[in-house]
Design a protein around this ligand. Structure first.
Ligand code: NDP
Length: 278
């Protein structure tokens, strides 16, 4: 096992910012590490992971769910979400799986942007892997009520069932958004921006002083952020901070030290919208 070797497995992965973020963290804390991006299509991912002798890895689309059975141990949060984004080599060489996406989102909102999540009435758009992590983490952080709306409604229902809190979590159809009332937390967890598809969203869902947050960033987030500003949302943020915070959580799991994320955030923020994918 190579003690200083780490990687991110994804497909596509060539635009991943993770190698750069982890290199910056290592430099900051004087920890020598090599972190590379490994292109891993679903068909070959398991074999590629078996051949990898590093100490830790991140896993991104499309392998976050399929990696679960490859772990000898999975954190409670990752088990609830049904997805792993951080692998840590145990002493017996088997993998432990964690999911740091939810903690990254909550930390970005509460610590970087200084916003309280407690008692908010939230709306999540999307029900894919990132929406699942966001939903569990926001509820854990004290969001009072959460409504899930997804293009494919069955997936929203599956997520609500998995959460199992019918008093706090509801699903609605996209077409209901016109009449559903308003929310003081709206999270875009769809990947529509990657396909340059605009979401059909009425301004009426935005409560006064609402936080509108897009998990993506750069050009991908621009349409949702422009809509939120036009709807006069109180706070409008993209997911760059979440990306850096989830990386810092992984880094802390591997190295036992949490880096200062602010300098890395400032550096990458200054370059946006040059980077348009995670
Ligand atoms: P998934 O592929 O798992 O899910 C995609 C979701 O988007 C599904 O709910 C899908 O709906 C919905 N969707 C796609 N296109 C449209 C559309 N045109 N209109 C409405 N809904 C649509 O992706 P992830 O959950 O992994 O990622 C979602 C987003 O979160 C991405 O933009 C990704 O970049 C970002 N992300 C950011 C992270 C960060 O650290 N900042 C971390 C992880 C993800 P349906 O079920 O109907 O197909």
């Amino acid at each position: 096992m190579s003690d200083s070797t780490y990687a991110v497995f994804g497909h596509p992965v060539e635009h991943s910012l993770s190698p750069r973020i982890h290199a910056e963290f290592g430099k900051q804390l004087g920890i020598a590490l090599a972190y590379t991006a490994i292109d891993a299509p679903p068909q070959t991912f398991a074999a590629q992971l078996r051949a990898f002798d590093g100490r830790g890895a991140n896993v991104t689309l499309p392998n976050k769910q399929s990696v679960l059975p490859l772990c000898a141990e999975v954190s409670d949060f990752a088990r609830r979400v049904g997805a792993v984004n951080t692998l840590t080599r145990r002493l017996d060489k088997h993998w432990r799986g964690d999911n740091t996406d939810g903690a990254g989102l909550v930390r970005d909102i509460t610590q970087r942007h200084g916003l309280d999540l407690r008692e908010r009435h939230g709306l999540i758009l999307g029900a894919g892997g990132a929406a699942r992590a966001a939903a569990f983490a926001l509820l854990d952080a004290g969001v009072a009520q959460l409504t899930i709306v997804n293009r494919t409604p069955e997936r929203a229902d599956e997520l609500a069932d998995a959460i199992g809190e019918p008093d706090r979590v509801h699903t609605r159809y996209w077409a209901d958004l016109d009449t559903i009332g308003n929310f003081d937390l709206i999270v875009n967890a769809t990947s529509a921006g990657h396909a340059h598809e605009a979401l059909q969203l009425p301004f009426a869902i935005v409560a006064p002083r609402a936080l509108c947050y897009d998990l993506s960033y750069g050009l991908v987030a621009s349409a949702f952020l422009a809509w939120a500003r036009a709807a006069k949302a109180g706070y409008v943020h993209d997911g760059l901070g979440m990306l850096i915070e989830q990386a810092a959580e992984s880094f802390a799991i591997w190295h036992g030290q949490r880096p200062d994320t602010d300098p890395v955030y400032a550096e990458l923020r200054a370059e946006l919208p040059l980077h348009a994918s995670d």
